[in-house]
Design a protein around this ligand. Structure first.
Ligand SMILES: *Cc1c(COP(=O)(O)O)cnc(C)c1O
Length: 386
């Protein structure tokens, strides 16, 4: 049976809006689907905590046995405070500060995913001072086009992420001299919201090439980390409430050449949490414009910035009006003093009135974590069903 928000929100009608609504049962089912898809394989999944660092969500993810992928020192801290073992924490990012690196060293995290040769030297020096050996993975730039929005494409040579293929000779030259580093693996992450699985096939081919080059130098890698990026269906959150993990992992089963005793790590963010969250808001005003009607909500880009930042689509539903009778087109906008504060243009909704409850769907990933206090707005609360 297809998922329905209308069943979910009945009990939340009295809550002050806007708020984030999380369906923890759907999250559990999503995590079970992931675990089923990687059962009896050498695949290990880390959750990219930057997608949503809400305590309740992290707790469910921890209970289902995933590790954590971080991109800041505070994310590492949050993961540890939430009960994740440092042994299951990877830390990526092009601009790690000395403080962040020192913190990771103190906690003895699994790996620093190192994005430049300069960073290798810095981590080595800081580890030396502490008399420690830092676990590292080298983030390589595979020059694969993720065919997604250019703001969330990260695996092209023109992007700032990772070490490029032409730097490999220098890398192989310096690595043996950096004696406070323990090279455990190589890491890739080509972008986000990727729905074309052939992109991951291209990634596998590039990873195989890189693996060969390491092998030729006698370097054994415990793991290959192929990152995250699996997209979700923003148009059909009810029908596609759980992404097709089976076919995603199958691409790697089919095309990645895994070495003996090697683990393959994944870092999924969006695909784990996007569909279990909605932003719930009330209509403050209906305003008739020259060409269009505006439905002005009490939620804005401060609660969900993706439409304003990436022109991304989120399904918008009126939970107070049943059926599609008297459907009209509305530009659904927020109250913030920016014309980009718009959740959708010319959206078909049943005739909508002041006070109606509106759901902006698939807001579980990159919603609450990207919220801001712009216009001195209050942080929206989160409510849960399970
Ligand atoms: C953002 C990010 C991820 C997660 O990406 P999703 O598209 O949310 O799956 C994984 N790894 C790294 C290094 C990232 O920066």
């Amino acid at each position: 049976m297809a998922y329905s928000m209308k069943d979910q929100v009945v009990n939340l009608k009295k809550q002050a809006t806007p708020f984030y609504h999380y369906d923890l049962a759907l999250l559990d089912n999503t995590l079970d689907a992931i675990n089923r898809a990687v059962e009896n394989t050498c695949f290990k999944v880390h959750y990219a905590i930057k997608a949503n660092a809400n305590d309740e969500i992290l707790e469910r993810i921890r209970l289902k046995g995933l590790g954590i992928d971080c991109v800041s020192g505070n994310e590492v801290k949050k993961a540890i405070q939430s009960g994740f073992s440092p042994k299951n924490i990877a830390f990526a990012g092009v601009g790690k500060t000395d403080d962040e690196i020192n913190y990771g060293l103190d906690q003895e995290i699994f790996t620093f995913n190192v994005e430049s040769i300069a960073e290798l030297h810095v981590i080595n020096e800081l580890a030396q001072v502490k008399g420690k050996i830092a676990g590292i993975a080298i983030r390589l730039n595979p020059n694969v086009n993720a065919k997604t929005h250019h703001y969330i494409t990260t695996g092209l040579e023109e992007n700032k992420f990772g070490i490029n293929a032409w730097e490999l000779p220098e890398l192989f030259d310096v690595l043996p001299r950096l004696t406070n580093l323990n090279l455990k693996g190589i890491h890739f992450h080509i972008g986000s919201q990727i729905n074309d699985l052939t992109v991951f096939k291209s990634l596998c081919n590039r990873v195989n090439d890189f693996q060969t080059q390491f092998k030729e130098r006698g370097i054994i890698l415990d793991h290959v980390n192929v990152g995250g990026g699996l997209g979700v269906n923003y148009s059909a959150p009810n029908e596609a409430s759980i992404p097709n993990f089976e076919s995603f992992f199958q691409v790697f089963k089919d095309f990645l050449k895994v070495q003996p005793n090697q683990e393959v790590h994944f870092e999924l963010g969006r695909s784990v949490v996007a569909q279990c969250g909605s932003l719930i808001s009330r209509v403050l005003y209906i305003k008739e414009g020259i060409k269009t009607n505006f439905a002005i909500l009490d939620a804005g880009m401060t609660e969900l910035i993706r439409p304003a930042l990436y022109q991304s689509f989120h399904k918008i539903e009126n939970l107070s009006q049943l059926g599609e009778a008297n459907a009209k087109k509305y530009d659904v906008v927020g109250p913030i003093c920016e014309s980009s504060d718009c959740f959708g243009k010319a959206i078909d909704l049943p005739e909508t009135k002041r006070g109606d409850l509106i759901a902006i769907r698939s807001a579980g990933a990159y919603g609450e974590v990207m919220s801001s206090f712009y216009n001195l707005r209050e942080k929206a609360k989160a409510y849960y069903v399970s």
